[in-house]
Design a protein. Sequence first.
Length: 242
Amino acid sequence: MEVVIVPDAKAGGALIAGAMADLLRRTSDALLGVATGSTPLPVYEALAAQVRSGAVDTSRARIAQLDEYVGLPADHPESYRSVLRREVLEPLGIGTDAFMGPDGTAEDVQAACETYDRALAEAGGVDLQLLGIGTDGHIGFNEPCSSLASRTRIKTLTEQTRVDNARFFDDDIDQVPYHVITQGIGTILEARHLILLATGEGKADAVAATVEGPVAAVCPASALQLHPHATVVVDEAAATKL
Ligand code: GLP
């Protein structure tokens, strides 16, 4: 695992956007796995600036979703499909036909999970997966004690994650869904390159457990230690406990 400490979130965003742009220059139809949350926004902003300046061509790029709420209509502004359309697809000029994600509204959620897991493999696998990290060490929505070999499946959110995410739902925890679909940790580990970005002091404990703790299901992000090509980008605030 490679750990890169950057001065701030903007520098982290620029660094990772650079890695994505390099990948797209090498492989124009690369499958980029993207995450939601506040942390990756500087990455998408920096990459969008490169697209606007003509430094990178996204016309053949493909995007894969990491996780999704169960039961929110796809056009709900906080469904991750809507969020990614707003924050990634539109700014990068990528059409919805180049986007793949799980169906959080499916009647048979488990079947939808299996279909998506298979679809990722059939698409050739994710070339570069960008990850954030929860304050409890979760990646995607793999909460603590998720199996490190897990596949895409339904999960129940912890109270902490629902509290953390209430800010996207008018600060009203009652609006935050209880159930989600997430790529499993085993699924995530199949991406060819994993890049985790963590910024702010609130992530310092989770970063320390990820990088210096044992590989343990209690900190799902620690599974990155098992990956042959994992990069952890942290700003100085998130690196204080390393
Ligand atoms: C959610 C997402 C994760 C993300 C996490 C952290 O739980 N499912 O993919 O990493 O939030 O979000 P933030 O970056 O806003 O702290």
